[in-house]
Every structure is written in C-alpha cells, then in structure tokens.
Design a protein around this ligand. Structure first.
Ligand code: BGC
Length: 564
C-alpha cells in the first residue's frame, strides 16, 4: 500500500451531488448525460467542491429514473456509454476531483436478468435471490408491510404463484441479501466500478436491505404520535407502522462490514450510507452513529435531519450535538436538500423578495459548509435555485403523480435541469423534448449560471469565494465543534477549534437584523482577513449586528494555539 494515499480526504470534503438527467445535456435530447458532466467538471472544480456524487446512470427502464437498475455494470444509453464514463474519470482525476457513484443495494428493476431468472422458477439457481413468500391462507400478502411509495409492499407474481417484496415500486423487487451469493454478486458489481477508479459509493436506501426472515407483522404506531409531513393534510400509511421487521435489521451490520472490508482493500475509497426513514432526530442520530462506527461500517452516514421542515437554529444544534454525543466514534454528513425533497429556498419559504432569498441562500451554504461533518451540496444550491412549480401534465416522478395534488410538485420540483444559459428555458420548453424530461422553467432564467458568473453579488460567486476561503481555515474542515448558549432564537452560534485557530461562527437565520452581545467571554476576538463578513462589528466590542440572513466568523485569538 502506498504511503501517500490520503484515506481521510472525505472528512470535511465538499461533495457536489449531480442528478445526471438534470445536470448538463450535451446532445440536445432534453436529458442530461455523462459527456455533459465531463464538460462541466471544471465548473465544479472552480466552485471549490472536492468531489462529486453522481446519482444512478446505469441501464434502467427508468420507472424511478435510474434507481431501478437493470444492469449494474453498464451505462444507460440515454446517459452515454462506458467509454464516456472512463473519459469522465480521466478528467476528474486530472482535476483532482473525487468521483462517487450510487450503489442501489436494496432492490433491482424487475427487468434485471437476476429477477427474470428468479421469477421463472421456484427451484432455479436464483430462486431465492429476491424475497418470495406464499400467500396467507386467505390469499392476502404474507405480512402487513407497506411500500414507501404507497400501498402494500407485496406484489403477486403469476409465474411463481407467490408474492415478492418491494419496498418501493412494484417494478423494483427487493433483493434477498440474507443470501451470501447475492451479497457476493453485489460486491462483484462494486469491484467493477472500483477497477474503473471510482473513489467511493453512496449506498441507496441501505437500511431497508434486510427483512425479518420470519416475516412478522410490523406493529402500528399509536395515532397520537403521528402528524402529517409539512405541506400535506394526511398521514402517510407508511408512517403508521413501527418498522421493526422491515428496516434496520441486525443482519445489515454484518453485510455492511463485508462491504467495508472490500473498500479497505482499495485505500482512499470511502462509502456513505443513506439513512432515511420515519424516525425522530434522536433515532436518526443513533442509527447514524451505529452504521458509521469508525473502521467497521460506512465511513459516514448521510442523514435526513435538515431535509424535512425548514431547520431551525435549535435543530442544527440538536442534530450536530446528537451526532457527536455517542460514545461511538463516527463522522457525520449533512445536506440541506437533494433530489428527493423540495429545494432549500422553497422549503424555507420565508420571503417573496428575491434579494432576501439570495442572502438566505448564501448564509445557508456558508452554514452547511461550516458544520462539523462532510457537506453535500446539491446541484443548484450554489445558485440559490427554488423549486419549479411543475404543472401536472409535466410531472415525471411516480411518487409525485401518486401524491398529486397533496404534495404539490413531488420530487420533480427540485429535479428540473440546471439553468446554464438564459436560452436554456426556450430550448427545453419549445420542443417536444420537453416531454422527455422536465424543462428549464422560464422563472429560472434569472438564476442562470451565465448571469450569476458575471454578477459579483450572486449566490454562485459568493459560494465560490466562501469555499476558497474555507480551505484557508482548516478549523472549519477538521476542527471540533462546540455550540454556544445565547438568547437569540434565530441565531446559530458555534465554535470550531482547529490546530492553529479557533473560530466563532454566527449565522442569522431570520429575515430581520439582530443586535446581539457576542456570547463568549474572550476579550481578543479578531476580524479575519478576507472574510466574507456581513455583520457590523467594532473591533474590541462585544456588541454585534447581524443583518437579515447575515453571518460572521471571528477568530478567538486567545484560544488560537501555535500562533506565531
Ligand atoms: C433515492 C430515491 C429513490 C429510492 C429508491 C432513495 O432514497 O434517493 O430517489 O427513489 O431510494 O431507490
């Protein structure tokens, strides 16, 4: 093993999430593709990201836009070819950008040859590669388990005369990962991409990967503990069960430990597990710590703490403190949005004033990238992009169609293509191609990258400057975090203590200016050079004004160790 490999590069690295359909369309068919990503890798490098996570681009019937994989080791023609991916890797390596791909571990598409084989016979080689079970005496499904995408989690298959399990769409059957042969086959797929040089994987929906072998019914959750998700008037049936038997099963740890051992044979690679489900903040922290215990399982876990209702300052504190309070040594990851939820600025929904939204986006990007952990920026975060209000006839997401009009834009609101240039909206709306995929909506024109690059005050230029500045302050990347008590409910305040400096970080998450007393008892706070400081502060004073969505970083000189 070479001594020069940095095995911890992912700690505090900024990972830029790419949803390939919507990132960059290089051939004008209305759908983003791999050559489009390659073309824009310089943009991501210039932004200051250290790596990219590319959502699935593998062969798929696209019922769930790539999360239904029909061949793990090939590129779907709409995204390009394997050679396109090799070119992408080559350029990423030149730019020193890490590349992480998605591993969909819980299920395949029903078009995958494994499923075709499995459904064809009860005695064939792959007959138990999926979760098959006989009907109950009365013909109904084997358990009361529900699909996350609505309805029962079991579908009857005429060929086998049995039900199969599907946590998501009926066309996405769950793999039976209790079977070591299935685990081996999955790991062979991982090896394929590791051999092509990828730097890591994101494991999709991984806590669903095992089910109770005895097929016991889930208990229900008492109604008094339930409330609808913000923006919906009903409680989803899925939330009415306590997922004791179809989620977070003990055998998952053994499987993930096998995956980790494989990754450890490729030093410098890392794996991040998606931990989503219906649980409290405390449970999320427990699960995250458990599945990312240092050296054993995932290197880090991507959780959903900030992807629900607009997070309050208290939630930021609670989530980060919970993630570090365990005796378990682990490293958290954070995101404010992704391809499964509404975009940040829309979920926040605080102002109709674009100028204020712009400042809000800047502060949130700065906050995300100042927390202890690895920040994931979703494409469009760097632009302060809001949701596209997708009309029903343009909806693509099966979940959005199922929940319309209760869940207004479904997951499509945050999946519209990045607006690169002003005329992108015309190009995608004016032709039939609009129906291949979502268009760039005309209301996104003012957010276009070509505009923002030329506007010194844009979210894009701010985010770039901030990420560059962050690199000069390793305390924000590796430093310990300590939240500071204070009396302003809209302010997030914490210290990051690195080897050479300690920074006091304050963020105003409200639309009004706040005058406050700096809540730490040090006399020698200092402004930091080149800091993107938006507050008003007299050196030596403890009084500070933070404008609406303003923030500041002060250096705590007396705590700065090893200073010259
Ligand atoms: C992905 C979703 C997908 C689901 C099923 C997730 O958590 O992020 O986009 O629909 O897994 O694969």
């Amino acid at each position: 093993m070479s001594k020069n490999i940095d095995t911890d590069w992912w700690k505090g690295a900024v990972i830029y999430q790419i949803y390939p359909r919507s990132f960059r369309d290089s051939n004008g068919d209305g759908i983003g593709d791999l050559p489009g990503i390659t073309e824009k890798l310089d943009y991501i490098r210039d932004l200051g990201a250290d790596g990219i996570w590319i959502c699935p681009f593998f062969k798929s019937p696209m019922k769930d836009f790539g999360y239904d994989v029909a061949d793990y080791c090939d590129v779907d023609p709409i995204f390009g070819t394997l050679d396109d991916f090799k070119r992408l890797m080559e350029k990423a390596k030149k730019l020193d950008l890490k590349v992480i791909t998605d591993q969909v571990v819980n299920h395949t598409s029903d078009q995958h040859p494994w499923f075709k084989d499995s459904e064809s016979s009860k005695i064939g080689d792959k007959s138990d590669w999926y979760v098959w079970a006989d009907p109950k005496e009365d013909g109904t499904a084997p358990t009361n388990w529900l699909s996350k995408f609505g309805g029962p989690a079991w579908n009857f298959n005429m060929r086998r005369g049995q039900y199969y399990l599907h946590t998501f769409l009926p066309s996405m059957p769950d793999l039976n990962l209790h079977n070591p042969e299935v685990q081996d086959a999955f790991m062979d797929n991982m090896k394929f991409w590791l051999d092509l040089g990828v730097d890591g994987f994101r494991f999709d929906s991984v806590l669903f990967c095992m089910h109770d072998r005895y097929l016991k019914d889930n208990p229900h959750v008492p109604r008094r503990h339930l409330k609808p998700i913000e923006g919906r008037s009903f409680i989803e049936p899925y939330a009415m069960q306590d997922h004791v038997y179809d989620f977070n099963q003990p055998e998952a740890l053994g499987f993930i430990n096998r995956l980790r051992k494989l990754m450890d044979q490729h030093p410098g690679t890392f794996m991040v597990g998606e931990v989503s489900g219906t649980f409290s903040e405390e449970q999320a922290a427990d699960l995250s710590a458990k599945y990312s215990e240092e050296g054993k399982y995932f290197h880090t876990v991507y959780n959903f703490s900030f992807l629900g209702d607009a997070p309050t300052p208290d939630l930021f504190r609670q989530a980060v403190e919970n993630s570090t309070r365990h005796g378990i040594k682990s490293w958290p990851s954070w995101a404010l949005t992704n391809h499964d939820v509404s975009r940040t600025i829309t979920r926040w929904n605080r102002s109709n004033d674009p100028a204020q939204n712009r400042e809000m986006s800047k502060t949130l990007n700065a906050l995300l990238c100042s927390l202890y952990g690895t920040p994931f920026l979703y494409q469009g975060d760097e632009l302060g992009l809001p949701d596209f209000e997708v009309p029903y006839h343009l909806l693509q997401d099966p979940l959005a169609v199922y929940l319309w009009p209760e869940w207004k834009y479904g997951r499509d609101g945050g999946r519209s293509p990045l607006p690169w240039a002003e005329n992108d909206a015309e190009k995608t709306l004016d032709t039939d191609k609009a129906f291949n995929w979502l268009p760039v909506p005309p209301e996104h024109v003012p957010y276009a990258i070509e505009h923002q690059e030329n506007d010194p005050d844009s979210v894009l230029n701010f985010t770039k400057a901030f990420l560059k500045w962050r690199k000069q302050h390793p305390a924000l990347i590796h430093g310990e975090i300590t939240f500071v008590d204070h009396s302003e409910k809209d302010i997030v305040c914490f210290m990051r203590a690195g080897e050479k400096e300690t920074l006091l970080c304050l963020f105003n998450l409200s639309g009004t200016a706040i005058d406050m007393t700096i809540p730490v008892a040090v006399n020698d706070l200092e402004r930091i050079e080149n800091i993107p400081f938006t507050g008003t502060w007299e050196e030596t004073s403890h009084e500070l004004t933070l404008p609406a969505y303003g923030f500041c970083f002060l250096s705590m000189a007396s705590l700065n160790k090893n200073r010259a």
